[in-house]
Design a binder for this molecule. Structure first.
Ligand code: CTP
Length: 399
C-alpha cells in the first residue's frame, strides 16, 4: 500500500518532532517517497540536515525560497503528493488550518492541496482540552481532515492526559489506511466497544465482562478497507487496533457524549456492552463502613440508550446504523423485535448461551437481521466475522 507512494510530510515544532524522523525511516523502508517540509519552529527540534538525509530529499522550509519555487512551486508541491501528513501537528498549525490561514509554507501547502490530509496532533493536555482547540478540531473533522491520536500519556512537561502524539506504528497504519484504495476509502465509520464502568463512589464501580475483542476486530477490519475509524471504547481488556482514532470513556453517559461528538459518520457500529443502569446515588466521597449502620442501598437510574438515540436522530443520523444483540434463546425473534425497538438498520445477533462457548471465546456465530430478513452466518473467528461485516457495510454504504 505504501510502495511507490509519495508522502508530503510537514513537521511542526514540538518535542514529538523527533518521532517524525522515525516515520520517515519506516515509510522509506516500506517503499514510499517522503518529501519533507519543516516549519521554522520544527527546525528548533530537528535539523534540516537530519530530515533531508533520512528522506534522501530536499527539505522544503520557506514559502519564498526562490530556488524551491524554480524547482517546484508550492501548488505543485502540494499536489504531486498522494497524501499530505502533518506530524507533529501543533495547536498553532491546526488553528491556521481550521481558519484557512496561509502565511507560511506549511499552511499554504495545506490550503493548496487537493489530496487527503492526515494530522497527528501533539500538544500539552490543557491546550488540547481548550475550547478553542476543540472548536478547531470539530471544524477540521468537518472538512474531512483525518486524525491519528493524540494518546493519553505523560507529557514532556510532566502533565498527564491526552495530547501525546500517536506512536509511530499507529501513524504509519493510519497513513496506509488513508492511502488505501479499499472500498471504504474516504468514509468515516464510528465503532463503540468494550464495557462501561458505572461508579458507585470514587473507588468502586459496576462493570461487565465484555473484553472488547469483537469491537476491536470490527474497527481493524473497517480500517483495513480504508475507512477513517473513530473508536469509542470503554475500559476494555483487548487493546484498540492501530490506525484508528481512539476515544476512551468510562461511563454510558460519557460514551453517548463521545459518540455524538464524533458524528457525522457514514456508518456506526455499536458493539459496546453498555450498562443499562447507573448508580443514581453514587457519592463523591468513598462510602465508609459504619459500625451498626447496615449495608448501603444503591439506587439505580436508567442510562441513555446510545444505539437508540443515534438511530432516531433527525439530523446527522449515520447512513447505516448497526446494533448488536446478545441472546440466549429465540435469537431471530428477539433480535428482530430489538431492531424495530431501537430503530437501527441491522442487528448483529449472537447466541451467547453457555453451550456455544462464544462469550469470551475466539469464535462467533452471528445472524444479521435487516429489513430483508434474517441471514445466518457460519461459525467463524471473531476476526473473520468482523471482516465479513466490514465488507457488508462497505457494500451497503457505497451501493
Ligand atoms: N446499547 C447502547 N446503549 C445502551 C444499551 C445498549 O448503545 N445503553 C447498544 C449495544 O451497544 C448493542 C445493543 O444496544 O448494540 C444491545 O441492546 P440491549 O438493549 O442492551 O440488548 P442486549 O444487551 O442484547 O440484551 P437485552 O435485550 O437482554 O437487554
Amino acid at each position: 500500500m505504501l510502495a511507490d507512494r509519495r508522502i508530503l510530510l510537514i513537521i511542526c515544532g514540538g518535542i514529538a518532532a523527533f518521532k517524525a524522523l522515525d516515520v520517515i525511516r519506516r515509510l522509506r523502508e516500506a517503499g514510499a517517497t517522503v518529501v519533507p517540509v519543516l516549519t521554522r519552529a520544527g527546525e528548533e527540534f530537528v535539523t534540516p540536515l537530519s530530515v533531508s538525509a533520512l528522506a534522501a530529499q530536499t527539505v522544503y522550509r520557506d514559502l519564498f525560497d526562490l530556488t524551491d519555487e524554480a524547482e517546484m512551486g508550492h501548488i505543485e508541491l502540494s499536489r504531486a503528493a498522494d497524501l499530505v501528513v502533518v506530524a507533529p501537528a501543533t495547536a498553532d498549525l491546526m488553528a491556521k488550518m481550521a481558519n484557512g490561514l496561509a502565511n507560511d509554507l506549511a499552511s499554504t501547502l495545506l490550503m493548496a492541496t487537493d489530496k487527503r490530509v492526515l494530522i497527528a496532533p501533539a500538544m500539552n493536555v490543557r491546550m488540547w482540552q481548550h475550547p478553542a482547540m476543540q472548536r478547531n478540531l470539530a471544524a477540521l473533522r468537518g472538512d474531512g481532515v483525518l486524525l491519528v491520536g493524540p494518546e493519553d500519556g505523560t507529557m514532556a512537561c510532566g502533565e498527564f492526559g491526552p495530547g501525546r502524539m500517536a506512536d509511530v506504528p499507529d501513524i504509519v497504519a493510519a497513513l496506509a489506511a488513508a492511502l488505501s484504495d479499499g472500498a471504504l476509502a474516504g468514509r468515516h465509520v464510528l465503532v463503540t466497544s468494550g464495557p462501561t464502568h458505572e461508579p458507585i463512589d470514587p473507588v468502586r464501580y459496576i462493570a461487565n465482562r465484555s473484553s472488547g475483542a469483537q469491537g476491536a476486530a470490527i474497527a481493524a477490519a473497517l480500517r483495513e478497507l480504508g475507512a477513517r475509524v473513530s473508536f469509542v471504547t470503554g475500559p476494555a481488556r483487548v487493546p484498540p487496533p492501530e490506525g484508528v482514532e481512539v476515544i476512551r470513556v468510562e461511563t454510558a453517559r460519557e460514551m453517548l457524549e463521545a459518540v455524538l461528538a464524533a458524528l457525522p459518520a457514514d456508518a456506526a457500529v455499536f458493539a459496546a456492552a453498555v450498562a443499562d443502569w447507573r448508580v443514581a446515588n453514587a457519592t463523591d466521597r468513598k462510602m465508609k463502613k459504619t459500625e451498626g449502620a447496615g449495608a448501603p442501598t444503591l439506587d439505580f437510574a436508567e442510562n441513555p440508550d446510545i444505539l437508540k438515540t443515534v438511530s432516531q436522530l433527525d439530523a446527522g443520523r449515520p447512513g447505516l446504523v448497526v446494533g448488536f444483540a446478545a441472546e440466549t434463546h429465540d435469537v431471530a425473534t428477539n433480535a428482530t423485535a430489538k431492531r424495530a425497538r431501537k430503530g437501527c438498520d441491522w442487528i448483529v445477533a449472537n447466541d451467547v448461551s453457555p453451550e456455544t462457548g462464544i462469550m469470551g471465546g475466539e469464535e462467533n456465530k452471528v445472524s444479521i437481521v435487516s429489513a430483508e430478513g434474517v441471514e445466518d452466518w457460519p461459525r467463524l473467528s471473531k476476526v473473520e466475522t468482523a471482516r465479513r461485516l466490514a465488507a457488508r457495510i462497505a457494500e451497503a454504504i457505497s451501493g
